[in-house]
Design a protein around this ligand. Structure first.
Ligand code: PMP
Length: 394
């Protein structure tokens, strides 16, 4: 039988032949240092649960208590009947945590980028975008209708050259960079980028999805890390990684927040975050403001794991964050490595082209404060075994 949808099957077959098909694994356990993946208990080196908050009893308790009071659903978009005092409390607390004047919460980090870029620039404008920026920045940029000019990765000199080349051709300009790049774990040179954007009067937006809860004092993020308070126009954050829940945040000036309330389409046309999500996010801020213990442990684990992997002879790339790529070269080797790790009891993702450039395939290890020293040692022992078996190390 033929149908108007047969082309989809052909596309899917094409993905499988090209080795680009996403095989989605199923978890039947909470997030943590260990997971049950497809029925097998494995050490978790895949999640963005940097601080181990996704299943922290204090977070679970906050979510449980608010369900008794406010139920589970917002039942409306924020601008109609979906704004609860809880949302406003999260926004106030987040602004204070990040040292900015105002913040607005959205349903996810992806939504935050989709909402923000189109309210800042339009058809007559230009976006200068790091060539490795996240998909949600790219999609938000496309939605805006502005001209998109890519600059070389983490390269302020190229950003300046692109700004100079575009001079006079636009009304407004916005430069956007990820804070921490999710494939390599490198940090954007935001101080140098700011020098360029302020000199040329270009608005500056940073997506701190992998920097929040990780960089800066007590996990306050990349702006705090570089002491750029009051200088970066817009900070995008996610509550889905270090904060352990789900949600997005836009932080900056009260003007930007008010403008998003009026014009941000995911704010206006998509339902608000649920009460338990919001309450858990507030609990995460309580935890981070109360102690640096989790952030300190995350960094201790990160330093230990990276140093030991280097001692074993692995190439861990240029990462300076908990995102730890294990560089392997060609994609088939990375996939075989990942399969062997899973067989031995480690869940760690292989990344190949087109997610990363050809010849730069890797295993990506995500370190968490939830890992104990024993967990990391177990991981190192298995990496060493698989590395020797596949002749990656000797
Ligand atoms: N920005 C970056 C840089 C990300 O890595 C991600 C998540 N992969 C997002 C935004 C989207 O965040 P969320 O999962 O909260 O939608």
């Amino acid at each position: 039988m033929t149908s108007r949808l047969d082309w989809i099957q052909q596309e899917l077959d094409g993905l499988k032949e090209a080795g680009l098909y996403n095989h989605i694994r199923t978890l039947s356990s909470p997030q943590g240092a260990w997971l049950v993946v497809d029925g097998k208990r494995v050490l978790n080196f895949c999640s963005n649960n940097y601080l181990g908050l996704a299943n922290d009893p204090r977070m679970v308790d906050a979510a449980r208590k608010i369900v008794d009071k406010y139920g589970v659903g917002p039942a409306a978009v924020r601008s109609i009947a979906g704004t609860m005092d809880l949302h406003l409390e999260l926004e106030r607390r987040m602004a204070k945590f990040k040292g900015v004047e105002a913040a607005i919460s959205l349903q996810s980090g992806f939504c935050a980028n989709l909402a923000t870029v189109p309210v800042l620039v339009g058809k007559e404008d230009v976006i200068f975008s790091d060539e490795l920026n996240h998909a949600s920045i790219i999609d938000g940029s496309r939605l805006s209708g502005a001209k998109i000019i890519r600059f070389a990765h983490a390269n302020p000199a190229d950003l300046e050259a692109q700004i100079n080349a575009a001079k006079g051709s636009y009304r407004r300009a916005l430069a956007i960079t990820d804070g921490v790049f999710s494939m390599d774990g490198d940090v954007a040179p935001l101080d140098k980028i700011y020098e360029v954007t302020s000199k040329h009067d270009v608005m500056l937006m940073v997506d701190d999805a992998h920097g929040e809860g990780v960089l800066g004092a007590g996990g306050r993020g990349i702006v705090d890390h570089f002491h750029l308070h009051g200088k970066v126009d817009v900070e995008i954050g996610t509550l889905s990684k270090a904060f352990g829940v789900v949600g997005g945040v836009v932080a900056g000036s009260p003007l930007i927040v008010e403008w998003l309330q009026q014009r941000g389409r995911p704010f206006l046309f998509s339902s608000a975050a649920t009460p338990p999500d919001v309450a858990a996010c507030i609990a995460a801020i309580d935890i981070l403001e109360g102690s640096t213990e989790l952030v300190d442990r995350l960094w201790e684990n990160t330093r230990y794991f990276k140093a030991e992997m280097k001692n074993l002879g692995f190439d861990t790339g240029h990462s300076t964050t908990p995102i730890t790529p294990i560089m392997l070269g060609e994609a088939p080797l990375a996939h075989e490595f990942s399969r062997e790790l899973y067989n031995e009891g480690i869940f760690a993702m292989a990344l190949g082209f087109p997610t990363v450039p050809r010849g730069k395939a890797r295993i990506r290890v995500m370190i968490s404060a939830a890992h104990s020293r024993d967990d990391l040692d177990k991981g190192l022992e298995i990496f060493a075994r698989v590395g020797r078996k596949l002749s990656v190390i000797h």
